[in-house]
Design a protein around this ligand. Structure first.
Ligand code: NAP
Length: 287
C-alpha cells in the first residue's frame, strides 16, 4: 500500500504540536514545516521515539517570507511524489504593527498570504494523492472584521484585533474558493475553528510572562491544545463529511454573514493573485 503523507505548518507549539502527536499513527510520513528548525528537530525526536515506523522530515519554512515558502515547497516537491493532507495550521498574533519580509502586515502576510502561496505550489501534488485533503486552521475571530479594500498595503493605522481577524477571514474565503473551484475534481477542503485554546499565540519574548499570566488568570475560559486539535483530527478522519465546511467543536457550523460575502471573496482572490504575481488560482499543469 502507498505511504500516507501529511504536511503541516506550525507543528512546534500549541494546537499544531498536539495535532501531529495525535495523527502520528495515521500517516507513514509526516513533513514538519517549521519556522524554527531546532524546535522541529526536537519534535521529530519525540515523534520517532514513540512511533518507530514513522518517517519524519523537518523542513524550514518561515511563512512571513515568500521566498522561503517557495524554497520549502520546492523541497517537498523534489522529495515527495504527492501529499495526502496539508494542514495550514501556523499562525501569529502581533499586538504591534509589523511587516513581513515582503512588506505586508505581519498577520495578513503570514496567516493568509504565506499559506496561500504554499498551497498554490503544493496543489498539484495534493491533487495527485489518494486523500486530496487541505485543512485550514482559521478562527472564530473572522466575525470581527470584513475584507474590504487595501488589504495588501501596509496599514497606516493598526488595530491588532481587526488585523488578526481579517487574516483569518481571508483564510476562510480561501477555503471557500478552493471548494468552489476544485471539489468536483476530488479536492477535500475544510476550515476549522479550534476554540479558545491555551497556547503560545500572541506571546513574544518581550511579553511571554504577561501572556502566561493572562492564560493562567482566564484558565477556565481556555481549552487545552489537545482539545483544540480535536476538530482538525476529526476532519482528517472524515474528509467527505466536512468537505467545504467550517468546523467548530467537531461539528459543521454555519458561518455568520461576515464569512459569506461572495464579492469580497472574489476580489480578495483576484488581488491575491496580483500581489503574488500568479497567473492562475492554484498550480495544476493540466489547467
Ligand atoms: N489559541 C487559540 O485560542 C486559537 C483560536 C483560534 C484559532 N487559532 C489558530 O490556531 C493556529 C495554531 O495556533 P496556536 O494557538 O497553537 O499558537 P502557537 O502555540 O503560538 O503556535 C503557532 C505555531 O505557528 C508557528 N508560526 C508562527 N509564525 C510563523 C511563521 N512566520 N512561519 C512559520 N510558522 C510560524 C509557530 O512557530 P514557533 O514554534 O517557531 O513559534 C508555532 O509552531 C493558528 O493558526 C491560530 O491562528 C488559535
Amino acid at each position: 500500500m502507498a505511504n500516507r503523507i501529511l504536511a503541516i505548518t506550525g507543528p512546534t507549539s500549541g494546537i499544531g504540536e498536539s495535532t501531529v502527536k495525535e495523527l502520528a499513527n495515521d500517516y507513514d510520513i509526516i513533513i514538519l514545516l517549521c519556522r524554527n528548525i531546532d524546535k522541529g528537530e526536537h519534535l521529530k525526536s519525540l515523534l520517532i521515539a514513540e512511533h518507530k515506523k514513522l518517517n519524519v522530515e523537518v523542513i524550514q519554512c518561515d511563512l512571513s517570507n515568500l521566498a522561503n515558502v517557495m524554497k520549502a515547497a520546492t523541497q517537498i516537491l523534489d522529495q515527495y511524489p504527492y501529499i495526502d493532507c496539508l494542514i495550514n495550521n501556523a499562525g501569529v498574533v502581533s499586538l504591534t504593527r509589523q511587516k513581513t519580509v515582503d512588506g505586508f502586515e505581519l498577520m495578513f502576510g503570514t496567516n493568509y498570504l504565506g499559506h496561500f502561496l504554499l498551497t498554490h505550489i503544493l496543489f498539484e501534488s495534493i491533487m495527485r494523492s489518494h486523500d486530496k485533503q487541505i485543512i485550514i486552521v482559521s478562527s472564530g475571530a473572522y466575525k470581527y472584521a470584513h475584507i474590504g479594500h487595501h488589504n495588501f498595503k501596509y496599514p497606516l493605522r493598526f488595530n491588532p484585533i481587526k488585523s488578526y481577524s481579517r487574516s483569518k477571514l481571508a483564510t476562510l474565503y480561501f477555503m471557500q474558493e478552493l471548494y468552489e473551484q476544485f471539489h468536483h475534481r476530488g479536492l477535500n477542503v475544510t476550515a476549522v475553528h479550534p476554540g479558545a485554546v491555551s497556547t503560545n499565540l500572541g506571546k513574544t519574548k518581550y511579553n511571554h510572562r504577561f501572556g502566561d499570566l493572562i492564560y493562567k488568570m482566564f484558565d477556565s475560559m481556555f481549552i487545552s491544545p489537545r482539545e483544540g486539535a480535536m476538530s482538525t483530527i476529526k476532519v482528517t478522519k472524515d474528509k467527505f463529511l466536512f468537505n467545504g465546511a467550517y468546523v467548530y467543536e467537531g461539528k459543521v457550523t454555519e458561518l455568520e454573514n461576515q464569512g459569506l460575502n461572495y464579492y469580497d471573496r472574489k476580489r480578495l482572490i483576484r488581488e491575491t493573485l496580483e500581489a503574488l504575481q500568479l497567473d492562475q488560482f492554484m498550480y495544476l499543469s493540466t489547467n
